[in-house]
Design a protein. Structure first.
Length: 159
């Protein structure tokens, strides 16, 4: 039997923030994302869609959720495979293509993790575990496009 996990998020768009939807240009895209027991996220649309550049937008959150999920699975598999990770950073990159009618979708996501491991003897294993992490990542498995990985593995410098 498969396990089922459920999630809830509340979205609040207070009309008091800046007008109603009387016309396209008049209303604020700012809104609040709430998840019980967690800090709220101040969100908006992307600046390209009349949003507030100081707030997170759905596209930013989508890209970061892919990168975060991959990292968490990667660290899990490293921990269970004897690969000691000392540092992990990623600068994820995504492309969303907008259609003439205004719809759109992500077509490209590239993860660029830079991982520092404890020993050169585990470098190849550390690279291979990125592929395994991608196979298990809940978010990546929910996408209808290929998520590329360009990992760089560094070895801890001897002090």
């Amino acid at each position: 039997m498969n396990k089922k996990h459920e999630y809830k998020a509340s979205i609040l768009w207070p009309v008091a923030q800046g007008g109603s939807t009387k016309d396209y240009k008049s209303y604020s895209r700012n809104h609040i994302v709430s998840i019980e027991g967690k800090p709220t996220i101040l969100a908006s649309s992307d600046v390209a869609f009349r949003g507030d550049m100081e707030r997170h937008n759905p596209e930013d959150l989508f890209l970061s959720s892919i990168a975060s999920c991959h990292m968490l699975w990667y660290l899990h598999f490293c921990a269970t495979s004897g690969v000691e990770v000392l540092n992990y950073t990623d600068t994820a990159y995504g492309v969303m293509e907008e259609e003439k009618n205004g719809s759109g979708k992500f077509t490209t996501v590239i993860l660029n993790p830079i991982v520092t491991v404890s020993d050169i003897s585990i470098k190849e294993k550390a690279i291979k575990l990125h592929h395994k992490a991608n196979e298990y990542c809940f978010i990546a498995n929910s996408c209808n496009f290929i998520i590329e990985h360009k990992p760089i593995i560094k070895i801890k410098e001897i002090e």
